[in-house]
Ligand binder design. Structure first.
Ligand code: CAA
Length: 261
C-alpha cells in the first residue's frame, strides 16, 4: 500500500493562482514532525519558484490545524541531538517564503501549530478553533516563535499568560486580541481563506511580495534577536529532568510531576 502523504498540495478549484497545502497526519492531530516540517519547507520553496502561484493557503483538518510539535519524536531527543538538527532549521525556511501565506485554521492550533499559523501572514479561523502555547505543561517553552510572534501580535500581558499557563483561548478571544484576520463559521473557514488568498492573488504579484516583506520588517530586527534567544532557551530545556517527565507524562496520559531540575 502506498504510504500516506504528510502534506497534500493542490491548486484551489477555479483559481490556479492559489495553492492549497494540507497538513495530513490526522491520527496525530497534525503534530509537526521533522519530516512534515521539511516537506512543508521544500514545497514552499518550490511554490516561490512557480510563477503561476501567487498566494498560498495552509490548512489542516476541521479537528486540528496542528496540535504542536511532535511530542513523541521530541521526547526521545536530547539537547545535543536537537542542536545537531538545527541546520537547516525548517522553521527559518518556512518563514523565508516570499509569497503571501494564509493559514486556514479549525480546531486545535497549539504549540508549534500556533507558531506555524503565526509564521503565515494572515490567519482565517473557524469559530471552533482553539489557540494556545501549552509547552510549559511539558516542561519546555515554545521554540519556533511562540514567545516572539505572539507577543508582537497580542502584547505582553496576554502573551505572558498564555506562555506561562498554557491556557487555550477561543477564536473569539484570539480575534479580540489581534491574532486573527477573520473568524467565520466552521463550514466556511477554508473557502474564506481561499477567497482571501484569491483577492491577494489578483494584485500585482511583486507588489504583494514586497508588501509582505515590508510589513514583516516592522518587527524584523527585534524578531530575529528574539527568535534566536527563544531557540537557545528552548534547546537548554531539553537537558532538564522536567522535560523528560513532562513528555513522558503526555505519552503515558497522566499529569506530570515537575521538580525544577
Ligand atoms: N505530538 C504527538 N502526538 C500528538 C500531539 C503532539 N503534539 N498532539 C496529539 N497527539 C496524538 C495523541 O498522542 C493521540 O495519539 P494516540 O491516539 O496514539 O494516543 C492523538 O494525537 C489524539 O490526541 P488525544 O487523544 O490527546 O486527543 P484529545 O482530543 O483528547 O486532546 C489535545 C487533544 C488537547 C490537543 C491533546 O492531544 C494535547 O494536549 N496535545 C498536545 C498539545 C501540546 O502540548 N502541544 C505542544 C507541543 S510542543 C511544541 O509544539 C514545541 C514547539 O514549539 C516546536
Amino acid at each position: 500500500m502506498a504510504e500516506e502523504k504528510l502534506l497534500l498540495a493542490e491548486r484551489a478549484e477555479g483559481d490556479p493562482a492559489v495553492a492549497v497545502l494540507t497538513l495530513n497526519r490526522p491520527k496525530a492531530l497534525n503534530a509537526l514532525n521533522a519530516a512534515l516540517l521539511g516537506e512543508l519547507a521544500d514545497t514552499l520553496e518550490a511554490l516561490d519558484a512557480d510563477d503561476e502561484v501567487r498566494c498560498v493557503v495552509l490548512t489542516g483538518s476541521e479537528r486540528a490545524f496542528a496540535a504542536g510539535g511532535d511530542i513523541k519524536q521530541m521526547s526521545d531527543s536530547t539537547a545535543a541531538e536537537m542542536v545537531k538538527r538545527e541546520s537547516p532549521n525548517p522553521w527559518k525556511r518556512i518563514a523565508a517564503a516570499r509569497k503571501p501565506l494564509v493559514a486556514a485554521v479549525s480546531g486545535f492550533c497549539l504549540g508549534g501549530g500556533l507558531e506555524l499559523a503565526m509564521t503565515c501572514d494572515m490567519i482565517v479561523a473557524s469559530e471552533t478553533a482553539r489557540f494556545g502555547q501549552p509547552e510549559i505543561s511539558l516542561g519546555i517553552i515554545p521554540g519556533a516563535g511562540g514567545t516572539q510572534r505572539l507577543t508582537h501580535a497580542v502584547g505582553k500581558a496576554r502573551a505572558m499568560e498564555l506562555v506561562l499557563t498554557g491556557r487555550q483561548i477561543s477564536a473569539a478571544e484570539a480575534f479580540d486580541a489581534g491574532l486573527l484576520t477573520r473568524v467565520v463559521p466552521e463550514a466556511d473557514y477554508l473557502s474564506e481563506a481561499v477567497a482571501l488568498a484569491g483577492e491577494v492573488a489578483r494584485q500585482a504579484p511583486l507588489a504583494a511580495q514586497l508588501g509582505k516583506d515590508a510589513v514583516l520588517k516592522a518587527h524584523a530586527s527585534l524578531l530575529e534577536v528574539g527568535l534566536d534567544y527563544e531557540r537557545r532557551n528552548f534547546l537548554v530545556l531539553f537537558s532538564t529532568e522536567d522535560k523528560a517527565e513532562g513528555m513522558a507524562a503526555f505519552k503515558e496520559k497522566r499529569k506530570p510531576e515537575f521538580k525544577g531540575r
